[in-house]
Design a protein around this ligand. Structure first.
Ligand SMILES: [Zn+2]
Length: 148
């Protein structure tokens, strides 16, 4: 693989251990892409996929598999934060992380405002994109935790 004209990629390590590029911008989905020239052909590949292949000595990502960010940060290219995962599992894991993230942000919102006014499940549901019964369940669980 040769890419003499390609700009070298430079990364910084964040506190989380994530590697973020400071030489190249991510696309609108937050992924870092790189174009290689392989045997005279231009090949475009997500850089985290390349990183995982390079570190595992793979020519290609196996069929039915995707590269998952264990850290949940799409631009990250730390090979230790990447793993191969079956496509069906990937959706589940990603949804779980999205849900966990909303749950955390909702809790912060609730804790910030609850002493000055009543924060309802309807409000949380609207703000964080979950249905009202789910938001009410969250609130009950947070209250129960505090009561201990
Ligand atoms: Zn990371």
């Amino acid at each position: 693989m040769s890419h003499p004209q390609a700009r070298p990629m430079r990364f910084v390590e964040m506190d989380s251990g994530c590697f973020y590029s400071i030489s190249h911008k991510t696309n609108q989905d937050d992924y870092l892409y790189k174009t290689w020239t392989v045997d005279g052909e231009k090949v475009r590949e997500a850089f985290h996929r390349f990183t995982l292949r390079a570190h595992n000595d793979l020519d290609a990502i196996p069929d039915g598999y995707e590269v998952d960010h264990i850290c949940g940060n799409r631009p990250c290219c730390n090979p230790k934060h990447l793993r191969l995962i079956e496509r069906s599992d990937h959706k589940r894991v990603t949804n779980m992380m999205r849900y966990a993230d909303r749950h955390e942000r909702a809790r912060l919102h609730w804790e910030t405002h609850r002493h000055s006014r009543r924060v309802t499940g309807e409000e949380l549901g609207g703000l964080f994109g979950v249905d009202q019964s789910c938001a009410c369940r969250w609130i009950r669980a947070w209250k129960a935790e505090e009561a201990v």
